[in-house]
Design a protein around this ligand. Structure first.
Ligand SMILES: Cc1cc2nc3c(=O)[nH]c(=O)nc-3n(C[C@H](O)[C@H](O)[C@H](O)COP(=O)(O)O)c2cc1C
Length: 116
């Protein structure tokens, strides 16, 4: 499974949050017991995630505003994914030539990830 994930107001789109709220349920994607605590049930597969953002949040000075990637990684880890392969497409609010360069770098990353 691979998804292009748009940043909306520093977070994930509400439709994806809705989906997460539907599937993140005990017995469905995680378990809880007083002996073992929380345990993710979605195991054994890598998950590639492609993040698209208008701004540039990979930089140290703006990374504190990024609630998209850290949240999704927390959530995916919580439900059991251990091998999260991330690709950043950012900033997309740039001229077409710069955008093409950013997309071409992301495609190379995607090919490398798919090859693993
Ligand atoms: C409702 C909405 C909210 C957005 N909020 C942000 C934001 O907080 N930060 C940001 O960098 N980009 C924001 N964007 C821009 C998108 O993340 C950006 O356009 C991204 O590239 C989405 O993919 P697209 O290129 O297919 O539109 C927002 C876009 C929309 C439609």
């Amino acid at each position: 499974m691979s998804k292009l994930l748009h940043m909306w107001n520093f977070f994930i789109p509400y439709k994806l949050k809705h989906f997460i709220d539907l599937i993140t349920q005990p017995g469905l994607t995680f378990s809880f017991s007083s002996e073992s605590g929380f345990r993710g049930l979605v195991t054994g597969k890598p998950v590639p995630v492609i993040y698209a953002r208008g701004g540039e949040y990979g930089k140290a000075e703006s990374s504190a505003m990024d609630f998209q990637k850290p949240y999704l990684e927390l959530l995916l880890g919580f439900i059991g994914f251990q091998d999260i392969r991330s690709i950043l497409i950012e900033p997309t609010l740039v001229d077409q030539e710069t955008k093409n360069q950013i997309l071409s770098a992301a495609k190379k990353q995607a090919i490398a990830i798919a090859g693993r």
